[in-house]
Design a protein around this ligand. Structure first.
Ligand code: NAD
Length: 327
């Protein structure tokens, strides 16, 4: 492909990805399966790497999430809520590990966590009380959805200790609740949700909190955005603190001392993911030591101390996706 052809292809990919992103993030109604979106995004990443002079700031490769919906009050995140770089193979994970070890120049251990397929949220507590809940939005500005989040039973309204903390996690809809909801929608002749992720996002974006309250949502807490009056030195210690404060923290999070252990963890979950009562779309790998996070820093879009391993695309697509794609 010569430069002119690459330019044409990049324009086409950008338009397509923007359109798919709008349906996914803003309307909560994806037009294509995630694997197809990821494939197109990777194609654009490779073209931007081959022709850096053609890369633009408005490219979907530079964007985090979608625009905040206009119906809600906007919230500015004091600490930006970033995206994650992706790994699609064991080789990608080994390259990530090499980059990390080169940058820190010392022993590195990782925490492997399930990548819950829901909606990233931020919860702010002052002296132990929940004062604000928000979506990630575009990473800088999210939507204030406190009333909806208060209806989720696994979100503590008061913490077990009077700390001031900003907690991040994933709000999700368990598979069983999703199936029941879609059955009810079918019986009522209403349009069904494509998957639990969109059902969770759609439920939290309703202006009436009574709807979210009926949807049986849950949340796993997985990181701390800001913490006042206490110091922690590792990510794993942070998860233990969240557990102590009364959050639901996923029990599968595991410290791995080598990249081989990380790869074994990903392989185990490619096999076992369907046994879980909620959906996951990969594994998140985070450097454990917080001082090493400081050394590694961030790119424009994501931290250099973490990556998301995405499960290989599966042959079976939901009926909805088949209809959308006419296959
Ligand atoms: P991402 O895949 O880059 O990952 C970041 C997100 O992972 C975080 O915001 C958080 O919500 C989530 N996460 C889950 N478990 C976590 C854990 N344990 N620790 C930390 N984070 C955790 O997410 P993204 O930037 O929101 O978007 C990319 C995703 O959206 C891709 O999977 C893509 O396929 C999908 N997408 C699909 C379409 C479509 O049309 N089908 C369109 C746009 C985006």
């Amino acid at each position: 492909m010569d430069k002119q052809q690459a330019e044409g292809k990049m324009k086409e990919l950008k338009e397509q990805l923007e359109e798919y992103g709008y349906h996914y993030y803003v309307l909560d109604q994806p037009k294509v399966p995630d694997a197809e979106y990821d494939r197109l995004l990777q194609e654009l990443v490779h073209l931007e790497e081959a022709y850096p002079e053609l890369a633009t700031d408005d490219s979907p490769t530079m964007r985090i999430g979608g625009e905040p919906a206009s119906a809600f009050k906007k919230v500015t995140h004091r600490v930006p809520m970033m995206s994650l770089s992706n790994a699609f193979s064991a080789d990608d994970l080994r390259s990530f590990d090499r980059r990390v070890r080169q940058a820190v120049g010392e022993q590195v251990s990782y925490v492997c966590e399930l990548k819950f397929d829901g909606l990233a949220i931020s919860l702010t507590y002052e002296n132990g009380s929940l004062v604000r809940g928000a979506t990630r939005g575009d990473g800088t500005t999210g939507e204030e959805i406190t009333s909806n989040l208060r209806t989720i039973p696994s979100i503590p309204l008061r913490l077990k200790k009077p700390v001031s903390i900003e907690v991040r996690g994933e709000a999700y809809m368990p598979k069983q609740s999703f199936e029941r909801l879609n059955e009810a929608k079918e019986q009522a002749g209403e349009e069904k949700f494509a998957n639990p992720r969109n059902a969770a996002a759609g439920s939290l974006r309703q202006l009436d909190p009574k709807i979210a309250a009926k949807r049986n949502l849950a949340m796993f807490a997985y990181s701390i955005g800001e913490l006042r009056g206490q110091t922690i030195t590792s990510h794993h210690q942070g998860l233990a603190l969240l557990d102590d404060l009364g959050f639901k923290v996923n029990k599968e999070a595991t410290v791995c001392e080598t990249i081989d252990e990380v790869i074994a963890f990903t392989e185990k979950w490619v096999e076992n993911r369907h046994e879980l009562p909620y959906e996951i779309d990969g594994i998140v790998i985070k450097v454990n030591d917080l001082a090493q996070h400081e050394t590694l820093g961030f790119t424009a879009k994501s931290p250099r101390w973490a990556t998301a391993y995405k499960f290989p695309a599966e042959e079976v697509m939901t009926t909805l996706h088949k209809i959308e794609l006419n296959v």
